[in-house]
Design a protein around this ligand. Structure first.
Ligand SMILES: Cc1cc2nc3c(=O)[nH]c(=O)nc-3n(C[C@H](O)[C@H](O)[C@H](O)COP(=O)(O)OP(=O)(O)OC[C@H]3O[C@@H](n4cnc5c(N)ncnc54)[C@H](O)[C@@H]3O)c2cc1C
Length: 386
């Protein structure tokens, strides 16, 4: 199912697909049966190859040695990496373009450019025990004390906390009536893991709960300027919501292809299962939803490349995240059904995606929160403003 994309996006699509097929996909079942982990040499090899291909630099400005790819090409890459389960594509760190707007030269040199070289890895400590959907209600604090800030708070679900070297920590600035992000080295005194829950998926990246108790960071670790508030967190949300759309498109394509191959081979009543109309209807719904999902995701990426108004981009990224993540869950559910009992085995791609895609309706803002964002934008600015 081809949809029109630029020559550059097509090129990156091919590169990412080859990488996913050769380096990642063959290790899915091994990861699934080993708590998500692969042998260290395989993970290192996969990371090395991703860096060679330039994946860590796709969103880095050329002025800092990056590839500065169009968002359309970035979506093309993440769509192909989304075909693989167990988050095996998270083997390399990502330096993102908003970081170059947010960070000082010193912060870029210390944290962001080392990510581009694969030397450091980040994680995001935003959500707390209180309603995570209400990011304006966070309770963590940053108190200025001389040349330092003192950070306190409890952070939940810090994805890749076990593999990261530093964190983005969101806190209230007690003396400014505002919020800010801080760059915090993971080994700073006062940071403690107080829980490491198991989740539905089987990933090497864990999501621990952290307690920050009187964690001191130099003032130079504060990100952005007074008044920036949540602006950069919103930049990150937009990027991630779009890429959830991209990865979900890849997952849907893989599920449809693998399910169709099974339905063509599986003989029931003396004929391939794919000849049953009930199965054909499910496959037809899957393909239709993938078509819509791809069109939306690539269109939103191109709107970003064309410099669309930021509010328009924000609501479109929410629409992509809402529609595509929900569609991908429907596709995974149908895939399990078509595979029958085999679809309930952990060695089956449909079973793994059925669990893994569920969280895309929750993290980076739940489906309900995306609907609130879309509805607010619609009511304020009308259809023409979206
Ligand atoms: C595996 C995993 C990894 C994660 N990784 C990270 C991470 O790396 N960094 C990070 O900071 N966070 C992370 N999160 C947190 C994630 O972003 C939150 O779980 C999510 O934002 C929802 O917050 P909550 O869990 O507190 O649910 P709640 O906010 O308590 O929501 C519970 C339910 O209420 C609904 N709801 C809430 N408000 C409204 C409303 N106004 N109207 C209607 N319905 C509403 C929600 O949609 C949901 O259905 C992760 C979560 C998971 C599960």
């Amino acid at each position: 199912m081809e949809i029109p994309v630029s020559k550059d996006a097509r090129k990156w699509q091919r590169i990412a697909r080859d990488y996913a097929d050769e380096y990642l996909q063959p290790h899915e079942v091994e990861a699934e049966l080993n708590e998500g982990a692969l042998p260290a040499e395989i993970t290192a090899r996969n990371k090395r190859r991703a860096i060679e291909l330039g994946f860590t630099a796709i969103d880095v400005p050329k002025s800092h040695g990056g590839l500065e790819l169009a968002m359309e090409s970035q979506v093309a890459i993440w769509e192909q990496l989304g075909r693989v389960t167990n988050a095996l594509s998270w083997c390399f760190p990502e330096a993102q373009s908003w970081m170059f707007e947010a960070c000082t030269e010193e912060q870029l040199q210390k944290y962001i450019l080392p990510m581009m070289r694969g030397e450091k890895k980040d994680c995001y400590a935003i959500t707390e025990a209180g309603p995570g959907s209400d990011v304006s209600g966070l309770e963590a604090t940053a108190v200025r004390d001389g040349d330092d800030y003192v950070l306190n708070g409890e952070k939940w679900y810090v994805t890749s906390g076990n593999l990261s070297t530093f964190m983005w920590f969101q806190a209230n600035l007690t003396d400014e009536d505002d919020e800010a992000l801080f760059l915090v080295d993971s080994d700073t005194a006062g940071i403690e893991i107080i829980a490491n829950p198991k989740f539905s998926h089987t990933y090497a990246s864990h999501h621990p709960t952290y307690l920050f108790k009187d964690v001191r960071v130099p003032v130079a670790q504060r990100v952005g300027q007074p008044g920036d508030g949540m602006a950069f967190t919103h930049s990150w949300f937009r990027h991630e919501r779009l890429m959830i759309g991209a990865r979900s498109c890849g997952a849907m394509a893989r599920l449809i292809e693998d399910t169709m191959a099974f339905a063509n081979e599986r003989i029931i009543d003396g004929a391939p299962l794919s000849q049953k109309q009930a199965i054909q209807f499910m496959l037809a719904d899957c393909a239709t939803e993938l078509y819509a999902a791809r069109l939306m995701t690539y269109d939103a990426a191109r709107a970003s490349d064309d410099g669309a108004d930021l509010k328009t981009q924000h609501s479109r990224c929410s629409m992509v995240k809402l529609y595509v993540s929900e569609a991908a869950n429907r596709v995974a559910d149908r895939a399990v059904q078509i595979f029958g009992g085999r679809g309930y085995m952990r060695e089956n791609v449909a079973e793994r995606f059925f669990r893994e895609l569920r969280v895309d309706r929750i993290w980076e803002g739940t489906s309900e929160i995306q609907r609130l964002i879309i509805a607010r934008s619609l009511l304020k600015r009308g259809l023409d403003g979206m």
